[in-house]
Design a protein around this ligand. Structure first.
Ligand SMILES: [Zn+2]
Length: 336
């Protein structure tokens, strides 16, 4: 437990308050029953921007449309708290007004119903980030827990359309080959919205140093997630998260690392475990998904992570970039 009593949480808190903090993926269920008051868990932690997930490949595409319609409606219904943003400038403006900036993301391309025009449809409604696959293969490419089939012709067309419209091409949850194919094909920076380092924790969802370097070479950013299974069980989650950030910074440089906490509401944890338990094809037993309840690093633990990084010698500029500067830079280049 070295450093336990030397973590400068108050300095970390002050830095977070004074920094634009970007969380590039939330993990609560895309269900119209979700309690949006829980978004206070992010805003109270000083987070200024959140990408809210509205679907993943286990869901029929109609359910993703339903979740998007519902979430969009409820974000727009509270202009005092939230702002549905379209650009990096919008995110800065929302932060200046003390409002949570929101866009939506889709995990996997089942939501496209194999129709290219659906990309524009989702973009129009506020989706700014799409993953190629969610653990399993689909019409666009391969998932990380399936046979590594690589990017398909449809997937290449989707990338072209996402580049044209101005959305984050996201290769978290994709298979190795698909992720590398996507990073070669895309004309705009590619991101891993929520992926950790395989060198620190061996898990099929985590990425190799080669993938991390390829992402950085596109100009993209890797968001580190706070799921215990992908952080590597054993040490406190905050220490583990700092280890993953540290490693990725050493591999890609500090301009290509950010946050994608993948945090879900506490009330939903039981539901998530039930869905995971019933769908081992998406969450294989041998990858540890069924070993116990999923634990997440909560947004409120962010000051401790930052405090640990301060203790490891990170300066304020580097920390500000990791907390949000890197992702907003890339959004400025990509989003339209
Ligand atoms: Zn995910």
């Amino acid at each position: 437990m070295e450093g336990k009593f030397s973590i400068d949480v108050s300095r970390a808190r002050a830095l977070i308050e004074d920094t634009l903090v970007w969380d590039t993926h939330s993990g609560f269920m895309p269900d119209p029953a979700a309690d949006f008051d829980n978004l206070a868990l992010w805003t109270d932690a000083g987070i200024n921007y959140l990408s809210i997930n509205v679907g993943f490949d286990l869901m029929p595409w109609q359910d993703s449309v339903r979740a998007l319609a519902n979430f969009r409606h409820r974000i727009l219904a509270r202009p005092d708290r939230y702002r549905l943003v379209e650009s990096a400038a919008d995110v800065r403006a929302a932060a200046a007004e003390g409002k949570l900036a929101v866009t939506f993301d889709l995990e996997g391309m089942v939501a496209l119903d194999e129709r290219i025009e659906m990309v524009e449809f989702y973009h129009h409604l506020g989706v700014r980030q799409m993953h190629f696959a969610y653990n399993r293969n689909n019409a666009a490419g391969g998932g990380c827990h399936d046979e590594d089939c690589g990017l398909t012709a449809f997937g290449r067309n989707v990338i072209d359309e996402m580049n044209r419209l101005g959305m984050f091409v996201d290769v978290s949850h994709a298979g190795y080959r698909t992720s590398m194919d996507v990073m070669v094909h895309s004309r705009a920076p590619v991101i891993f919205s929520h992926s950790n380092a395989k060198a620190i924790a061996r898990h099929g969802r985590n990425i190799t140093d080669e993938q991390a370097r390829a992402c950085a070479a596109t100009g993209g950013v890797i968001g580190v997630n706070g799921i215990d299974l992908m952080l590597g069980r054993g040490a406190p989650l905050t220490q583990r998260m700092a280890d993953h950030i540290d490693h990725l910074v050493s591999v890609t440089g500090p301009e290509h690392v950010g946050l994608g906490l993948d945090f879900g509401f506490p009330v939903d944890v039981a539901d998530i475990d039930e869905i995971v338990g019933a769908n081992p094809q998406f969450w294989p037993v041998e990858e540890g998904y069924h070993d116990g309840p999923v634990r997440f690093l909560a947004p409120a633990q962010l000051p401790e992570v930052v405090g640990i990084l301060i203790g490891r010698g990170y300066d304020d500029t580097t920390l500000r970039n990791i907390l949000g500067g890197n992702f907003i830079r890339v959004a400025g280049e990509v989003w339209k």
